[in-house]
Design a protein around this ligand. Structure first.
Ligand SMILES: [Zn+2]
Ligand SMILES: [Zn+2]
Length: 232
């Protein structure tokens, strides 16, 4: 079970969510993976080269979420400097990975629309299996063949995967990203520039503490509410 806190302003509809994500390195996908820490699988990511948590802060002057990828020295096989270098390289790579995954899904739709033979479609999926993040299983669709294989349904489903990846990418573009080692009292942005821990790396303003005690950062009214979501 994991907890997510949703803050919402009743007056202006401002939303802010604290997900309590953790991150690790997925060597199969060759990228940083984020997941919710479920109490039942606390060992998850233990074999990872590096792991840590993603702290979410809000900058009211940029009106963006700042995500701080924080690791402790003993949760990484690398030295602190090498860990920063690793994250500098792999955090933006996630962005490229999502873009490549979008290309994969688009090309797949094209192949199906052009009525390419199934062998070609299936080897295309096989060759690009790393980008098949929703584990699309062609056999599942072929099994419906006897009652009429429905390529429209397949295209519709791939379209839904595409939407989900695009959402993911949009959110990624909205974030300001930096890194922190628990032994240091500063944050680094992805260029390696140092910042005070309480300030936004983009504008230098102090983070705005989102809480029920504080007014909404957008409209300034005391109409913030919080709900807790439990995720299995
Ligand atoms: Zn508001
Ligand atoms: Zn800012």
């Amino acid at each position: 079970m994991a907890q997510v806190f949703n803050y919402h302003c009743r007056s202006c509809d401002f939303y802010f969510t604290i997900h309590n994500y953790r991150f690790c390195f997925d060597d199969k996908m060759d990228c940083i993976e984020e997941y919710m820490a479920l109490f039942t699988d606390s060992d998850y990511g233990n074999d990872s080269l590096i792991k840590g948590r993603v702290i979410e802060k809000y900058c009211s002057s940029c009106q963006k979420t700042v995500r701080i990828y924080q690791f402790t020295p003993d949760s990484s096989i690398y030295t602190t400097d090498a860990s920063f270098d690793f994250l500098k390289f792999y955090i933006p790579k996630k962005h490229d990975f999502l873009l490549e995954s979008i290309d994969f899904h688009k090309e797949l739709i094209e192949l199906i629309e052009n009525n390419e033979n199934l062998k070609k479609i299936s080897s295309f999926i096989e060759d690009n299996h790393v980008y098949n993040i929703y584990e699309l299983n062609l056999n599942h669709y072929l099994n419906t063949k006897r009652s009429g294989f429905n390529s429209n349904q397949l295209i519709k489903d791939i379209g839904l995967y595409l939407d989900a990846i695009n959402d993911n990418l949009d959110r990624f573009d909205d974030f300001i990203i930096c890194m922190n080692s628990t032994e240091d009292n500063y944050n680094l942005d992805l260029e390696g520039k140092m910042f005070d821990m309480d300030v936004c790396p983009e504008c230098g303003e102090e983070f705005y503490p989102i809480s029920l005690k504080n007014p909404c950062p957008i409209c300034g009214k005391n109409t913030m509410e919080r709900s807790r979501e439990m995720i299995d």
